[in-house]
Design a protein around this ligand. Sequence first.
Ligand code: F3S
Length: 429
Amino acid sequence: MKLTDEEQKILDGAKGEMMAKVMKTLVMYGETFNADKMVNVTGKFGHLVTSFGLSMMKPVYDMMDKLIAEGALSGQKFTVDPRPLDPKVPQSFLEKTLFKVMYSKQTDYEAQLEKIGLVNKSGFTCTCYMDEVGNVPKKGDILSWAESSAVVYANSVLGARCNRNSGIIELFGSIAGKVPYFGLLTDEGRKATWIVEVKTSKKPEAQLLGSAIGMKVMEEVPFIRGLDKWLGNDLNRQTKKGRDACDFLKDMGAATASNGAVGLYHVENLTPDAKESGENLIVKDSPVYVIDDAELERVKKSYPCIWKNISAKPSLCFIGCPHLSTEQMEGWTEILLSSLEKNGRKKFVFPVVLTAAPAVLEKFRVTEKAAKLGKAGAVLSDICPLMYMNNPLCRKKNVITNSNKLRTYSSSRYYTDEEITAIVTGGKK
Ligand code: F3S
């Protein structure tokens, strides 16, 4: 890799031992992927994936201490993925005890994050790109992020440029203000090597469509045709149609990134790269994947259920992975409350947890709708449901979700939005 004089000096220790190690790690990472240079990070904010103070991550805490001691701090402020803990989310005494032990370093780790560059105490969400949160990259910005759902959104919907980095590497990129130039940062790496043709008879379920695409194309870049028919041509969050399209793509993208390893997709006539370059983005002779109603049904049926008793009744529901937008929160409230009324019930059959960014919840919590939802037995939280599920106790619970990411990484069971609504409001036995 060809380094500038400044980069070489940092590598040689001109800014201290820890900065040299940060640079060395980034150079080795870049060389692994045949990068020939470093480029400057241009996004205003970074975003870190490691938000949890797991007791077993001692090497990370030691490293953070050393970075702080040497003043190797992040050159840009950053947001972080959601916290793992919230006492409001239903948990037994045993689970509470386990969480305390598992995440015993949470407070210490958050103090380290603050010293290194955390934007503020509310900066914990995977949807950092919501207006309420304020970490919204511009088209063409070079980012150093790792959270897969945020990376795919930034690349595809906002037109920023970011690789699917790993945790800690992304922090190093923010500290050095540099990332190796390869993959999704390059024009070549952003070309589509798959064509996906959406031919469904109605607007597809975002999380199911994303799952189908992810499982087919894996880490490649798909060019999706036929989706603008359902989403329109506008990604401007100032309009209702634009917000709906962005939220759909948020959920679809998270599923492509977790059910496969997609870091960028293009939607014909809709996403920024596709609007700019159209068919020129497609590599010649790319294979075609047709998604119709039958294909979506096949994909849904293929999901394994790993509950001990697959006929057991569910006992908890998570909605909001990735975190819900304000509009999604309002939409879910209307749907859930009117379905309860239709089914002659005042309360949900079992607790329903809706998760969103702290800044989104702050606004929503004071509304009348939020009060009604709470009365019906919903919990509003800013945690990551996956962090809640990933332990030997919660793993045994019969949790349902409309998130295909949560389904993939935990023992929870996937249902469509409509099915979830019917189940939690007593419309389906
Ligand atoms: Fe976000 Fe956690 Fe889901 S980080 S995408 S809520 S797994």
